[in-house]
Design a protein around this ligand. Structure first.
Ligand code: AP5
Ligand code: MG
Length: 222
């Protein structure tokens, strides 16, 4: 099974990806997390991409596609969950081609949907653990102890791109570059829209229902 989660910044892709990966034993490929890891290691890739993330621009496709292709090969026998990839039609076509070479395809592409004022509110209150990547929200999902991760006690941080100005730019890039994926995945017959309102469990239940229906349909067709 290969699942894609896409949607605007702040809609809850990372939050749902962490829960779904655990629930369905999926390898989670969160391109934003992968890139932030490279930046924190100051690796050659990290140094190349730092400015793009800071400004809210997409990282060039050639860098992204090389990272993804390597991961696809390493995980070719696993079920995969893509969070934040693909981000434009070129990336979507490339993913399709790489999967086809392994005789695979996309199972479900979820577009998570939420009004803009709620997206901004979620992002302005986000904190995350730089070690384990667990995502918190000061209002809806605060840590037990102020400012530190429940799991490993590491000091929580604010993402550099969670400023009003960069959020505005990321939302615009989403509309211009990523939104066209809706029609692309509709044509492939794998598109599902998810209402991202409500708490994390409510959203998780909506996604889970569709994944279970997909798995049941696979069982009965075999
Ligand atoms: P990325 O890290 O993917 O950022 P994004 O798409 O902007 O999305 P976010 O991570 O900001 O939001 P999210 O939807 O994951 O929400 P979250 O679960 O955290 O990418 C960052 C950058 O990397 C890009 O700008 C680009 O530069 C680069 N990049 C990445 N992939 C790329 C690619 N493929 N190609 C090129 N460049 C790429 O939740 C947000 C907040 O809401 C949290 O506080 C959370 O606790 C809270 N929350 C979540 N769900 C709920 C709920 N149901 N109710 C209340 N609060 C909730
Ligand atoms: Mg995320």
């Amino acid at each position: 099974m290969r699942i894609i989660l896409f949607g605007p910044p702040g809609v809850g892709k990372g939050t749902q990806a962490q829960a779904l990966a655990e629930k369905f034993n999926l390898v989670r490929l969160s391109t934003g997390d992968l890139l932030r890891e490279e930046i924190s290691l100051s690796s050659p890739i990290g140094r190349k991409v730092e400015q793009f993330l800071r400004k809210g621009h997409l990282v060039p496709d050639d860098i992204m596609l090389e990272i993804i292709d390597n991961i696809l090969i390493e995980n070719k026998d696993r079920d995969l969950l893509f969070d934040g990839f693909p981000r434009n039609l070129n990336q979507a076509h490339s993913l399709e081609r790489s999967l086809a070479q392994m005789e695979q395809g996309i199972s479900i592409a979820f577009e998570m949907h939420l009004e803009e004022d709620e997206l901004v509110k979620r992002l302005m209150n986000r904190r995350y653990c730089p070690r384990c990547e667990r995502i918190y929200n000061l209002i809806t999902n605060p840590p037990k102890k102020d400012g530190v991760c429940d799991d490993d006690g590491v000091k929580l941080v604010t993402r550099e791109d969670d400023t009003a100005e960069v959020i505005k730019k990321r939302l615009k890039i989403y509309e211009d570059e990523t939104r066209p994926l809706v029609n692309y995945y509709k044509l492939l017959n794998v598109y599902k829209q998810i209402d991202a309102r409500g708490n994390q469990d409510e959203v998780l239940n909506r996604i889970t229902e569709i994944v279970n229906a997909y798995l049941n349909s696979k069982c009965t067709s075999n």
